[in-house]
Design a protein around this ligand. Sequence first.
Ligand SMILES: *Cc1c(COP(=O)(O)O)cnc(C)c1O
Length: 413
Amino acid sequence: MHAEGVAVSALADAVGTPFYCYSTETLTRHARVMREALAGLDSPMIVFAVKANPNVAVLRVLARAGLGADVVSVGEMRRALAAGIPPGLIVFSGVGKTDAELRAALEAGIFQINVEGEEELRRLSHSAQALGLVADIALRVNPDVDAGTLAKISTGKAENKFGIGLDRVMDLYAEAARLPGINPVGIAAHIGSQLFDLAPLETAYGKLGALVAALRAAGLSVSRVDLGGGLGIPYDPKLPLPPSPAEYGAMVQRATAGWGVQLMFEPGRLIAGNAGILVSRVVTMKRGATRTFVVLDAAMNDLIRPTLYGVYHDIRAVEPTGGRMVATVVGPVCETGDMFAEDRDMDAVETGDLVALMTAGAYGATMAGTYNSRPLLPEVLVDGDRFAVVRDRQTLEDLIGLDRVPDWLQGEL
Ligand SMILES: *Cc1c(COP(=O)(O)O)cnc(C)c1O
């Protein structure tokens, strides 16, 4: 198995396992495919959802490919700026922005803040006034559609915490237009992630279109609509493919015809997911009473998606022998839920072999933690036949060194 021109086994020799590996060429191609899919629209703006993969080197690759950044915290904003993404290409989303975060966004002069509620709108107005600045904002609408994806990653139903109910948007937009320090420029929506059906998106966009017309009829100006992210990607090679970016683009063109706005898009998974793998080594094989376990040196703390959502990641031998086996692939963490695959028909592997967990470039390293005192793992970026460690492996000194023993516990035991 190679990442571009570099053997994955050579990377493992150089950096040790486990580690994440990203491909510059795939990231760049995904950005290009998305841009081409939207080429029929009038100056679309594509902002990468940084939460999918916030590594600064990855963001820098995407910045070079012309993408902006959709951020959900001041930390992500700082990463986008550190990657050289201009403030004019940064959008701030998120359901719980603190005053400090709103001020930081105002001071950085970012393109747009997507406001999630009326209290946030008023807090932003206060902060903007205090700083003598004006914030371009979109109101995030909750279009109340079922995205047909996993419950934990559905965001556009009325009972979800995200966005402003359709019935309240008109009044709030009018209030925004009157508030000092606030310039409402449009509306935004994001109904969920890993969508395999365009119909709920088209329904949501239809509701946004009706809202744009209603706002304009009320004398309010609307110049941008942010259509969010959410397009699904293939994880399981046995399943049918999700809609292509081109099919999505054609649907958008149909659904938004005549709106007369700048459209914005916030893809995350689509750009980064299949540009990354998690490489791990088999620590030991264990024949249980009813099944064979492959115990990896990666665990749920490194890639939590299977544990958190019960979802599928393809697992392949880095140096396949052609043999197959049925096994349950687990990590060493002390949780039964620390399982990557259950009774999986997969490449035969043995102790010491390398495996790759595929489609790990989005919501992988960024969701990692240190449970069981396992250091955060390194990230490697490949570009042709060269590679670089773009995030160091956390050392045990770094991991433990943040703990403090108070005075009264020091001295003799
Ligand atoms: C998570 C998120 C995205 C990206 O979703 P993907 O499914 O990764 O494309 C876009 N916009 C907002 C507001 C988000 O929270």
